[in-house]
Ligand binder design. Structure first.
Ligand SMILES: Cc1cc2nc3c(=O)[nH]c(=O)nc-3n(C[C@H](O)[C@H](O)[C@H](O)COP(=O)(O)OP(=O)(O)OC[C@H]3O[C@@H](n4cnc5c(N)ncnc54)[C@H](O)[C@@H]3O)c2cc1C
Length: 445
């Protein structure tokens, strides 16, 4: 569909999650249903002199797929999943939704994939940028589970990329995110056995306890067993308080109640526990329940501004720097998360290369356009407070058109540029959405 045709506006943005919509105008949108049609689309773009932008799930906060004068290849109508029980590898097309589609498909086969927390996220953008899935601190980045990708290159050829063939593309596809220079048409993914038991601990506090609880968590999280996903967040939960509350949550993904009780025991030592507004202690839950909760916290049809930081430093520096982001939320639907990655695991050699022990992401969410400026300004101020303890950021919750923060190790960034020059010398693919171009630098440095 070409710009100006009836229905073009819907094709431009109907699958975009963030409804604070950009007005960037692509040249055309195609919705291929097969790999051959993706090949044809890339060749069409070349013949017309258009750049190519790709959309899988449409969940990138900054709407990376809506690019000026480009051909948008929207993969929403190309959905296939298959599983090979001999190799335990699942193959899925990029618009497949990690939690709503891939997860249940695998769980029926007693397997599991650490997909994104919000179940409607497409696996395409998620895996290309690294993929912070369930229990990333223990199971690693979802991109580490990619064993091969099928890619339509900038030359319009369909190739397979793995450790042994087109290994440059394989390296780049695990971390380049929106800077990738090809259309991934299929991911081949290693799977895990399905955890037989999930145990959940939740402790709720008033914000007066923020410093004490977060200092304790800062000093404790690296000692907790690596089967436990640890997230602290502030949000408004009217069942607990009219004001925002601090929740410390720990989800053990294990095989028995006994294992969950043991893995979650350290949370019973929280020094503020006697002041908790509510405590759940190692209660059984299911992944379906946890996905439902994520959908409730991430409502559709809303306006969003999101930013994030990889934090590093002593509790005495990090906790005060986080106060604004956690204790002054600008809207009842806004929330900020602290996500443990400790103890930090070593990464394999892939483009993704920026992480630290603590991931902080602030999600402002609202409906009324008149709140845009206020919510955006709050987010900028909260992130500015964090700069002294910020190492870099994660592409998944970033918006480089608004704020430049380093997202890749310097050597990896240089290698990515070299591969891009070889694989896409004519600049067919739009690359990172970043004003004058991505710098991979902290803007305050
Ligand atoms: C509600 C919500 C919850 C989230 N939760 C998590 C989470 O738990 N963990 C996490 O890591 N992230 C999370 N994210 C971030 C999310 O993973 C990223 O925004 C990701 O880019 C979304 O992928 P997508 O395919 O849905 O997005 P899209 O906007 O369709 O894709 C983003 C970009 O990735 C590139 N791309 C996508 N598919 C392809 C392809 N097939 N070939 C080439 N390039 C491609 C393109 O540049 C594209 O514009 C969340 C986002 C939302 C909105």
């Amino acid at each position: 569909m070409i710009s100006g045709e009836n229905g073009f506006e819907a094709a431009r943005v109907d699958r975009i999650f963030n409804r604070r919509l950009t007005d960037r105008q692509p040249a055309a949108v195609v919705r291929p249903r097969t790999e051959d049609e993706v090949v044809e689309a890339v060749r069409l773009a070349r013949s017309r002199g258009w750049q190519v932008a790709v959309r899988s799930g449409g969940h990138s906060w900054a709407q990376w797929s809506v690019r000026t004068d480009a051909l948008v290849i929207d993969l929403g109508d190309f959905k296939e999943i298959s599983y090979d029980p001999d190799t335990e590898v699942v193959t899925a097309t990029p618009s497949v939704k990690g939690g709503l589609e891939l997860g249940p498909f695998l769980e029926e086969r007693d397997r599991f994939f650490p997909g994104g927390h919000c179940p409607s996220v497409g696996i395409g953008g998620f895996l290309l940028q690294g993929g912070q899935g369930w229990n990333a601190r223990g199971w690693g980045w979802a991109a580490e589970y990619v064993v091969a990708v099928d890619v339509v290159t900038a030359a319009g050829e369909l190739v397979r990329a793995s450790e042994t063939e087109n290994s440059d593309l394989f390296w780049a596809a695990r971390g380049a995110g929106p800077g990738f220079f090809g259309v991934v048409t299929r991911f081949h993914l290693r799977t895990l056995p399905r955890p037989r038991h999930l145990g959940l601990t939740v402790q709720a506090f008033t914000l007066a306890d923020f410093d004490e609880v977060m200092t304790w968590l800062h000093e404790t999280h690296h000692t907790v067993e690596d089967t436990v996903e640890i997230v602290a967040l502030t949000k408004t939960d009217l069942t607990l308080s009219p004001d925002p509350v601090l929740l410390v949550t720990a989800l053990a993904l294990v095989d028995s109640d006994e294992e969950a009780q043991r893995a979650l025991a350290p949370f019973r030592d929280n020094p503020a526990l006697d002041r908790a507004l509510m405590v759940l202690d190692a209660v059984p839950t299911t992944i379906a329940e946890q996905r439902k909760r994520q959908l409730e916290d991430n409502p559709e049809g809303h306006r969003w501004a999101v930013d994030n930081a990889w934090l590093s430093g002593a509790a005495g520096d990090v906790v005060p720097a986080m106060r604004k982001a956690f204790t002054t939320l600008p809207h009842p639907k806004a929330f900020t998360i602290w996500f443990s990655m400790a103890p930090l695991r070593e990464l394999p050699d892939m483009a993704f290369s920026m992480q630290s022990e603590i991931y902080l992401a602030a999600y402002t969410c609202w409906e009324d356009p008149s709140d845009d400026e206020r919510c955006r300004a709050w987010l900028d101020e909260a992130m500015a407070d964090l700069e002294p303890v910020t190492l870099g950021q994660y592409l998944g919750d970033s918006d480089l058109s608004h704020r430049h923060v380093q997202f890749m190790a310097e050597d990896n960034w240089a290698r990515l540029q070299e591969i891009r020059e070889v694989r896409d010398p004519d600049g067919v693919f739009v690359g990172h959405l970043a004003g004058e171009g991505a710098t991979n630098r902290n803007h305050w440095a």
